[in-house]
Design a binder for this molecule. Structure first.
Ligand SMILES: Cc1ncc(COP(=O)(O)O)c(C=O)c1O
Length: 385
């Protein structure tokens, strides 16, 4: 780990690499060291670095109109909302733009609590939903580690993963919403047992509760489908997304049913920067590029290749979906991460000390996977002490 700059708060463990530029799936430091980035800045760099369409969309919008707020209509905002709604699962066609994943979840929870006038939210153990008060309240383990607020804004009940009976019991007439990631990201790309997400939908339907799918990490093509909701055939009432949505430009969205949107009136939600023209230009460009460059197919192909070629060396098995993958390691995952970085390959860790996370750009190619597989092969147990 490297030291922080003296004027920055020291709240992040830092990798010993200082990137100054990026192209495609590679990032580069001042000395010219090139690192294959299979982590994508926490799943953000969906189109990699310097993608010409993204750069062109951002720079032309910057020249045309750098900013205007939600006090005015913008054609580019309408266009981005059309794109997002067109990409989202059927029935989710109203969009509220925000700036981050936490802000998306904060607003989705607010909408659900208000719409149902119920006091409780059910969340899943090991889930992560962000750092703001409501999003962190439904984040597993936050209270004991970093929550910081004296109380949560609503009652929260956590249920164990993959336990449909526990879900059934917890989601009741007091429940405003159940919030769940289709594949748990920070937990280490944990994909639920088949049928579990459908059980979540049924539990909500039975209790009259709303289902919030947190697709901040899994959304916008990362799973090889537009969203996890599409992949698993689940229709949530609210879907939140961020990260890859802007390919690196900070933005997020809450996507909801017409039924929920119709009860929202002026002043119920708000943000200064959300839905700004620069964000909307890149959102449009990201979705347009995913579609025109057939990146969903690419994600599925590359995911299958990783599953085939990378269970080797310290990697015992691979879980997750699409390009949100968890590599379960026999030794501590940080040892493997460090050894790979020494070979100029960047991968992520997770909340599970034995799971590495791969969140590469969706433009990944087979040659990059070969390079990872080859490096893993070299990592013998003795070399990882
Ligand atoms: C599933 C999920 N939800 C919410 C968030 C919070 O997003 P942000 O950091 O943009 O607030 C994250 C961030 O890692 C996430 O993975």
């Amino acid at each position: 780990m490297t030291a922080m700059h003296a004027q920055l708060t020291e709240v992040y463990p830092m990798l010993p690499f200082v990137p100054v530029s990026g192209t495609g799936v590679y990032i580069q430091d001042e000395a010219g060291r090139r690192v294959l980035d299979l982590y994508g800045g926490h799943a953000v760099a969906a189109l990699g670095y310097g993608h010409p369409r993204l750069v062109a969309a951002l720079s032309s919008q910057a020249q045309q109109l750098y900013f205007q707020s939600n006090a005015v209509n913008l054609k580019i905002r309408d266009a981005a909302a059309d794109r997002v709604a067109g990409f989202a699962p059927e029935g989710l066609d109203r969009v509220f733009f925000v700036n981050s994943g936490a802000e998306a979840n904060e607003n989705a929870l607010r909408i659900a609590l208000r719409a149902t006038a119920r006091p409780k939210v059910v969340a899943i153990e090991h889930g992560f939903h962000g750092r703001s008060a409501a999003a962190a309240a439904v984040t597993w383990g936050s209270k004991d580690r970093w929550y910081g607020f004296p109380r949560t804004p609503m009652d929260v009940v956590f249920v164990p993963r993959d336990d449909a009976a526990a879900l059934e019991a917890a989601v009741d007439a007091q429940t405003a919403a159940l919030i769940i990631e289709p594949v748990q990201g920070l937990a280490g790309a944990y994909d639920f047992a088949p049928g579990y997400l459908a059980a979540a939908r049924s539990a909500c339907d039975r209790a009259g509760a709303l289902l919030i799918l947190d697709e901040v990490q899994s959304g916008v093509g990362r799973l090889g489908a537009p969203f996890g909701a599409t992949l698993y055939g689940i229709r949530p009432d609210l879907l939140t997304t961020a990260k890859g949505l802007g390919g690196g430009f900070p933005c997020g969205a809450v996507i909801m049913t017409q039924d929920l949107a119709k009860d929202l009136k002026a002043g119920d939600l708000g943000t200064t920067f959300g839905g700004g023209p620069l964000a909307c230009a890149v959102i449009e460009a990201v979705i347009e590029t995913i579609e025109s460059e057939h990146l969903l197919e690419n994600v599925r192909t590359m995911s299958a290749l990783i599953r085939e070629r990378c269970p080797r060396g310290p990697v015992e098995l691979i879980r997750g979906a699409g390009l949100l993958l968890g590599l379960k390691t026999r030794v501590k995952a940080t040892l493997v991460r460090d050894a790979l970085l020494a070979r100029d390959i960047l991968v992520g860790t997770s909340a599970d000390p034995h799971v590495l996370r791969l969140l590469p750009p969706l433009i990944l190619e087979a040659q990059h996977i070969d390079r990872l597989a080859h490096a893993l092969e070299e990592l013998t147990d003795a070399s990882l002490q």
